[in-house]
Design a protein. Sequence first.
Length: 283
Amino acid sequence: MKIVFSPKCLEYHAIGHPESPERVASAYELLRRKYEFAKPRDARENDLLLVHSKELVMQVKKGRFFDVDTPALPNIYSYAKISVGGAIKASQLALKHDYAFSLMRPPGHHAGKNFLGGFCYFNNIAVAVAKLIQEGKVARIGIVDIDAHHGNGTQDIFMHNDSVLYVSLHQAGIFPLSGMKHEANCKNFPLQPNTSERVYLKILDKALKHIVAFRPEMIAVSAGFDAYKKDPLTSLALEIESYEKIGKKLGALGLPLFAVLEGGYSHELCKCIHAFMRGLEDG
């Protein structure tokens, strides 16, 4: 297991915003003596254009957009590019049959072809997946999204793409109010508030059957940890140890895999990430 990280992702913040540098810094401090680390490079503009419109890229580059949750902070284009670069680096490491986790911010799965939002400027995992396919590194890839919010941006980007199967487990009735049914190659599993670990893992098994039937060559995980019971933005009921069990199920698929940090806003995010990594290694 390798972790992709750059301290550059800790340099920006918005006062009072839940997507804070502290959430990633605490995870780095817990994990830095336990795992090997790799540094990302900035994604190129051409990489971004694999999944995003020129208009969106220019809006972020010039700071000409307004979103209350996704503010136009100074130098945010640079921070967003290196976060995408973290996902790309993790995908490259996975090609070498080594699990990899991109411990970077900002997150990405709410950014679509021509929109941003939900703390996301560019869709990190989508760019990495599209780049693998475009370069002929993989022909079929499965994306598993375990963030408690539906990855509406990832669905927008890959809907009807025969090279990608997207599955998402997420809480129903919260931002972004999407993902309430299966649509084409996007398999959505909305969860009721207070969903327990037992029910969650049962539904995850159903979701992973779609992945197995798709026969992908690689798995990409949108690794959000806001289904944890103490997360301040959601109301699911997973335990820290639940993430170890999730990791084991994903590892048991026996495929190259990389994961990209999405959400997770509790003070115990670092422990949830570590549990997930342990599970992957034991899967």
